[in-house]
Ligand binder design. Structure first.
Ligand code: PMT
Length: 405
């Protein structure tokens, strides 16, 4: 079954000659069993009639923000919430500029601002307009906001010129929407991930540990595999099923985790420390079960090595990402860890009554670098892991392109 089956797809059509291809796009999406609604700009009506798009989508087409009849049915905010995907095809240079500027001066731009659904645009314009620094800058802004830019293709254009700027084929747009947005962003990249808790033995039956289930780290490993990475997962004790495709190394203690990470790290491009590593371990683990006796006992603990900090400190080390679970001042405390350990990024999760990440299928993540932060919102761990991997890939590529120039 297509991943688009029963998905709500909002197709935005803007005023370019390629608008005639939108009817085929809608038909192809309906073939995939997607439920499609179409919104046109006023200019698009000069190129294709609403009736054609209504006929292929099976739903009335909207083009006006202040249409009281349509607002009484499905208002523009409901339409923005209804969408699972928004695809603008064709997207003219003018529409791309308005989107980049964050304008909301017609129904389609307003929907793009009001939706939380993934947004894709299929640019279509003359090759000189596509190459213009203003368009390049606008496309760059949209890419950095995670808007998926599909195409354009190169070839003979409606204006008679030949070059880049043709809208990609409707079948290719459907294939792109069918894929996970993170597909390929880490192709050829080797990622080492730590997950789960560590287990620091006190005696053969007792240990110091913490609440990590491994769910967050395993979700990050799965998302990295989906994104094309070669993933090595170094995991503390966990009942989670290992993500298919990852090379798993099971460890118990922080020292074992460090040794395994060190044996894998030389060939890694990215290191992500999701594990909740015990900061201390008993100075000595008893070989025999400790007997109950006194009301209170004292334990001598010694600091464990900091795996993340040691990876970040390596000369020619990988791009390094840490996690931080904080009960207060989440942003400040996490950024302090980022700076103290010399990390590229840190992912903070608050431990509060509204969000307890330990063992839960949900979480709320904040991605932090030295200067800025990005709220990835509250979602399932797998959805957050996908968003996170897209962001990590973007920061990793940006760092490498700066180093290469
Ligand atoms: O496994 P789940 O149930 O899904 O829960 C996920 C999680 C809450 C454990 C995870 O999202 C998370 O936040 N992990 C980090 C927990 C934490 O607070 O770590 P920390 O502040 O002690 O350490 C900060 C960073 O340094 C972490 O990346 C940690 O892996 C690393 N570290 C810490 C100590 C140490 N000795 N070595 C390390 O590498």
């Amino acid at each position: 079954m297509s991943s688009l089956a029963r998905k709500h797809v909002l197709v935005g059509v803007t005023g370019g000659i390629a608008a005639y291809k939108s009817a085929e796009l809608v038909r192809r999406l309906v073939d995939q069993e997607a439920i499609v609604r179409v919104v046109m700009t006023r200019a698009a009506r000069e190129f294709i009639t609403p009736l054609t798009l209504q006929a292929v989508s099976g739903h009335p087409v909207r083009d006006a923000l202040l249409d009281s009849q349509a607002e009484a049915g499905m208002g523009h905010i409901e339409l923005a919430r209804w969408a699972d995907h928004v695809i603008i095809a064709p997207a003219t240079a003018d529409f791309i500029a308005r989107l980049a500027a964050g304008l909301a001066n017609d129904l389609l731009t307003t929907l793009c601002l009001a939706t939380e659904a993934p947004l894709s645009v299929a640019p279509a314009m003359n090759r000189v307009m596509w190459d213009h620094p203003a368009t390049r800058a606008n496309i760059d802004i949209l890419s950095r906001r995670n808007v998926h830019i599909l195409g354009p293709d190169s070839g003979l254009q409606a204006c008679g010129e030949t070059g880049e700027g043709r809208m990609i084929a409707p079948t290719d747009i459907v294939s792109c929407l069918n894929e996970t947005p993170s597909t390929g962003v880490l192709q050829g990249v080797r990622v080492v991930i730590t997950a789960g808790p560590t287990w620091e033995p006190l005696d053969p039956v007792r240990a110091l540990t913490n609440h990590s289930s491994g769910k967050m780290g395993y979700a990050v490993a799965s998302a990295a595999i989906e994104a094309g990475a070669d993933v090595i997962l170094v995991s503390g004790p966990s009942f989670e099923l290992p993500p298919p495709g990852a090379t798993i190394h099971s460890v118990k203690t922080a020292n074992e985790m460090l040794a395994k990470v060190e044996s894998q790290i030389a060939s890694a491009n990215i290191f992500i420390g999701v594990a909740a590593v015990s900061d201390y371990r008993p100075v000595e683990a008893s070989r025999k079960k400790l007997k109950k006796g006194q009301e209170t006992i004292r334990l001598d603990l010694v600091r464990n090595p900091d795996i993340l900090a040691s990876v970040a400190a390596r000369a020619d080390g990988p791009f390094t990402v840490g996690f931080a679970a904080e009960t207060e001042a989440t942003l400040n405390n996490a950024r302090e860890k980022l700076l103290a350990k010399g990390l590229d990024l840190i992912v903070a999760n608050s431990v509060t009554s509204d969000n307890n990440p330990f063992g839960s299928d949900h979480n709320h993540l904040l991605l932090i670098d030295a200067k800025s932060d990005l709220d990835l919102g509250r979602d399932t761990k797998s959805a957050l892991a996908q968003k996170l991997i897209i962001e990590i890939a973007r920061h990793y590529r940006a760092k490498h392109s700066t180093q290469d120039t």
